[in-house]
Ligand binder design. Structure first.
Ligand code: GDP
Ligand code: MG
Length: 172
């Protein structure tokens, strides 16, 4: 079957829910409803095939609350989100990725690094070079800057993860 499960992870308030809702339901909400975990589905066309994507929008991770089994079992790929306005959210991604790799015991699991809130360039704390360097450190992981608010590159981010999952399952 062409069912794929993707988890959206990262620090709190980086825009995990906003990206997911923008992608699935095509709208943006300014108000913040923290720590709610949610699952949304969307059909995606990739290279002429229809994929049914289940997106697990996690409540967010920090030093006190990391991912649990639900975020690690049966997940085909990860969207690692930080906010370009938060250095600490960027630094958190290394911890999250280590947890994923440790827990799954895999050394290759599809991921994309997403720098969200690209519309807030004046408040930027993470440069595009920092993002490139992290992607390199993550073994040439794909990466993109997005704005859930302006619906900028959001669907591209999800296409990248679907593509990375397909590439791993059916290498060309
Ligand atoms: P989550 O905790 O990671 O799920 O974060 P949310 O999606 O709930 O977003 C946290 C806050 O950031 C909310 O007030 C959103 O409106 C805001 N936000 C999310 N994405 C963007 C974005 O791309 N640009 C701007 N300016 N604000 C955003
Ligand atoms: Mg959320």
């Amino acid at each position: 079957s062409r069912e794929r499960k993707v988890a959206v992870v990262g620090a709190r308030a980086v825009g995990k829910s906003s990206l997911t809702v923008q992608f699935v339901e095509e709208h943006f909400n300014e108000s913040y409803y923290p720590t709610i975990e949610n699952q949304l589905g969307k059909t995606v066309n990739y290279k002429g095939f229809e994929y049914s994507i289940e997106i697990l929008d996690t409540a967010g991770q920090d030093e006190f609350s990391m991912m649990n089994q639900k975020h690690l079992i049966g997940i085909h790929g990860y969207v690692l989100v930080y906010s370009i306005t938060s250095r600490s959210s960027f630094d958190m991604l290394k911890i999250i990725r280590d947890k994923i790799l440790d827990s799954t015991g895999q050394d290759q699991i599809p991921m994309v690094i997403v720098g969200n809130k690209s519309d807030l360039n004046l408040q930027r704390q993470v440069s595009q070079q920092d993002l490139k360097d992290l992607a390199q450190e993550f073994g040439g992981c794909p990466y993109i800057e997005c704005s859930a608010k302006q619906n900028e590159k959001v669907s591209r981010a999800f296409e990248i993860i679907v593509g990375a999952i397909e590439e791993q399952q059916n290498p060309t």
